[in-house]
Write a protein that binds this ligand. Structure first.
Ligand SMILES: Nc1ncnc2c1ncn2[C@@H]1O[C@H](COP(=O)(O)OP(=O)(O)OP(=O)(O)O)[C@@H](O)[C@H]1O
Length: 254
């Protein structure tokens, strides 16, 4: 058994009369890929939002690397080592690919973009090198001088991944990383994520509907249904689990 990096204990969240999260418990172990799956409206995005400071649970605890995340601002959580890749890439369309990756690198290092004099020059060179290394990690170094707005949809998502990786997160949260992708792009993304996991000391928590992606990547799977984790297990025990089959009845097929 490894070390837990993210622990969610007894988390509840109501939206009016709706119990979006119902006593959620979940443990993500360091250097693993943990998938969170479940039918539409199960509470996956709501849960993810409690990891990044976008939503405060009504009750319960969320602990990352030994520190409580409850009540912390998104940028503070980011500084602790949690990065999130969004479903719709949040990139700067009018900047080049390399500049897009340099911005979060500056932010991580300095907490701000204001730098002065010769110091900024040497730092900029170092940060440019780090940005290019991350673009190589996502196989996009050859597109570094392109304007981000001219990238394909798949490349925009890979760029956003580089923007996260340059911050050297301990935990990378991926919200449906292959949504809307062709099968070929999906398979490329699976390979890319496998490559990143193999090369870096990083933990991934992935929300994903595509079961091909989930079963290709995950070491462990938590299944949410109606706001509650009904099963947490290794992938080989998930498919045939009657509770999981029941939760998906009428929805996506395993
Ligand atoms: N801000 C909000 N206010 C009211 N209800 C909300 C809010 N956010 C989510 N909900 C409701 O909470 C429930 C869980 O939503 P959530 O988006 O977390 O599910 P999900 O598992 O991510 O779904 P999907 O797979 O469709 O993205 C849904 O019934 C949703 O309508």
């Amino acid at each position: 058994m490894g070390t837990p990096i993210l622990q969610v204990q007894n988390v509840n969240k109501r939206f009016g009369g709706l119990k979006a999260l119902d006593d959620v418990n979940l443990t993500v172990m360091e250097n693993t890929v943990h998938a969170i799956i479940g039918p539409n409206g199960a509470g996956k995005s709501t849960l993810l939002n409690t990891f990044v400071g976008r939503l405060i649970p009504d009750t319960g605890t969320v602990t990352f690397d030994g520190q409580s995340l409850i009540g912390r601002k998104p940028h503070e959580i980011n500084q602790l080592g949690v990065s999130r890749v969004f479903q719709t890439p949040e990139i700067f369309e009018d900047l080049t690919v390399a500049e897009n990756v340099m911005i979060p690198a500056f932010a991580k290092r300095d907490g701000a973009f204001r730098l002065h004099g010769w110091e900024s020059m040497s730092r900029e060179a170092e940060i440019r090198d780090r940005a290019l290394a991350c673009l190589e990690d996502v196989n996009m170094a050859d597109r570094r001088a392109m304007l981000a707005k001219n990238l394909s949809r798949g490349d925009k998502r890979r760029l956003e991944m580089a923007m996260c990786l340059v911050q050297e997160p301990k935990l990378l949260l991926l919200d449906e990383p292959t949504a809307g992708m062709s099968r070929a792009d999906t398979n490329n993304t699976i390979d890319l994520l496998k490559q990143i996991v193999a090369a870096k000391s990083i933990t991934l928590a992935v929300i994903e509907h595509d079961m091909h992606v989930v079963f290709s990547l995950a070491d462990r799977i938590s299944v949410l249904a109606q706001g509650h984790v009904i099963v947490e297990d290794a992938p080989q025990h998930i498919k045939g689990n009657p509770k999981v089959q029941e939760a998906y009845l009428g929805g996506a097929h395993l």
